[in-house]
Design a protein around this ligand. Structure first.
Ligand SMILES: [Zn+2]
Length: 162
């Protein structure tokens, strides 16, 4: 790795929203969790408490991200998928990212996702994209009406048409 690149990688660490090791939704120290929208975080913690009573633990693999970190992920996705168009199905721009806004969380493991797909709506927690079963956002209306229909991927989300 060239020197300049290693400097960039180090600069965009946990303070920028990186989550090198999955963390609890109750973590107060890691910016990826601490900087989430307070309503989303409260719903997550409520759901995680209920899930824990059934032996299911939630882990955060991604949450709030700085615009710079989101752009770095975006650049990596463009390199991986070969085009901006294909990368857009997986990683949104800093301008449109719900992660940068603190309004999205990527959760694991599979047991937590299975629990959420069954019970998440009771807490307003909804999967948004069919291709991202780990990505959850708060949809308060889901408590009464259930989660909205899934988009196939972020390119179908009107919020991303910018
Ligand atoms: Zn996500």
């Amino acid at each position: 790795m060239p020197y300049s690149e290693s400097v960039v990688r180090r600069a965009l660490g946990e303070a920028e929203g990186a989550v090198p090791i999955p963390v609890s939704v109750f973590d107060e120290e890691v910016p990826a969790v601490a900087n989430l929208d307070p309503d989303l975080l409260a719903a997550l913690r409520k759901a995680a408490t209920a899930a824990a009573a059934e032996g299911v633990e939630f882990f955060v693999n991604g949450g709030w991200r700085s615009p710079e970190y989101q752009e770095q992920l975006r650049d990596a996705a463009v390199a991986k998928y070969g085009s901006a168009r294909e990368a857009a199905r997986w990683v949104t721009t800093a301008e449109t990212s719900a992660h940068v806004a603190g309004q999205a969380v990527d959760l694991g493991p599979a047991e937590a996702r299975a629990w959420l797909s069954e019970h998440g709506a009771e807490y307003g927690l909804c999967q948004i994209y069919r291709n991202e079963p780990w990505h959850y956002e708060l949809r308060p209306e889901a408590v009464e009406h259930g989660c909205p229909p899934l988009y196939d991927d972020p390119t179908h989300d009107p919020r991303m048409q910018q």
